[in-house]
Design a protein around this ligand. Structure first.
Ligand SMILES: C[S@@+](CC[C@H](N)C(=O)[O-])C[C@H]1O[C@@H](n2cnc3c(N)ncnc32)[C@H](O)[C@@H]1O
Length: 256
């Protein structure tokens, strides 16, 4: 299965794994082995080794630590707060009445969490092995904690361009990395860390075509408000928010 390549000016695709405490060593070892990543001792990391971003393992789960957040704490996938503002999310309006959704660019799982908390069944697809590992770990914890919606979330690690050929859902959501996300989005440390790790996403024509082939009702593409449409393809409907835009596309007729 194809893996994304990190542009040369960004960090390597799989950064080193650091254990936050001695008790976390065994899990950090297992994660490093699973990812094929180097292990880095805490003392070496504290002395400045390991590059700009590391995978951090501690009692709160797997996360990333990088330059944007200094060394204060790791950033991890986080579910929306219970009883939050999910009902008013523009994302929910864009997804409409669809009961099951494929989030084909899951990233930190934020959008997937909003949709699941609002009652949708969500299949997350993520191709970057580190983000997939973070999501898998978070999902296990959310289920163990009984987080609302956690039982409606599932994860497939792989490239959505191929994974989508074997799946169907009412709605497919796409939110690939965009090179210029606008001032507000660039302030988000979680997005900055994910960008450092993943780089910018290419392959947009193929991704949109695969999404249209898997959707029964519509494809929703999340974009910065002023960005051009994905793959240069004009949408058939648009919902515009303050910083974000949702472009809507019909399913393709090629797949029964
Ligand atoms: C901007 S982030 C998505 C953020 C996400 N909407 C959230 O709420 O956290 C884009 C993610 O899509 C993933 N991605 C891009 N193209 C993909 C593909 N073809 N298959 C699977 N994942 C993909 C990237 O690895 C990255 O993690």
């Amino acid at each position: 299965m194809a893996r994304p390549s990190a542009p040369a000016d960004r960090v390597r695709a799989v950064p080193p794994v650091v254990a936050g405490a001695d008790d976390d060593d065994a899990r950090a070892d297992a994660l490093a082995t699973a990812l094929g990543a180097p292990r880095l001792e805490r003392a070496a990391w504290a002395a400045g080794a390991g590059g700009p971003i590391v995978v951090w393992v501690d009692a709160a789960g797997f996360g990333l630590r990088g330059p944007a957040r200094g060394r204060a704490s790791a950033v991890r996938p986080a579910p929306p707060p219970p009883g939050g503002r999910a009902g008013r999310e523009p994302l929910l309006r864009a997804v409409g009445a669809g009961a099951d959704v494929i989030d084909a660019t899951a990233g930190w799982g934020v959008d997937a969490g909003v949709l699941a908390a609002a009652g949708r069944r969500v299949t997350m697809i993520e191709r970057h092995p580190v983000l997939a590992a973070l999501l898998r770990d978070a999902l296990e914890r959310w289920r163990a904690e009984g987080r609302p919606g956690a039982e409606r979330l599932s994860l497939v690690e792989g490239d959505a361009r191929s994974v989508l050929t074997g799946l169907r859902a009412d709605v497919v959501l796409l939110d690939p990395m965009y090179p210029e996300r606008g001032k507000a989005a660039r302030k988000g440390e979680d997005l900055t860390l994910a960008r450092l790790l993943v780089g910018d996403d290419g392959d947009q024509d193929e991704l949109l075509a695969a999404a249209c082939g898997a959707a029964r009702r519509r494809v929703v593409v999340k974009r910065p408000r002023t960005a051009p449409p994905l793959a240069g393809r004009p949408p058939t409907g648009v919902l515009v928010g303050r910083t974000t835009r949702f472009d809507l596309y019909p399913p393709s007729e090629a797949r029964p």
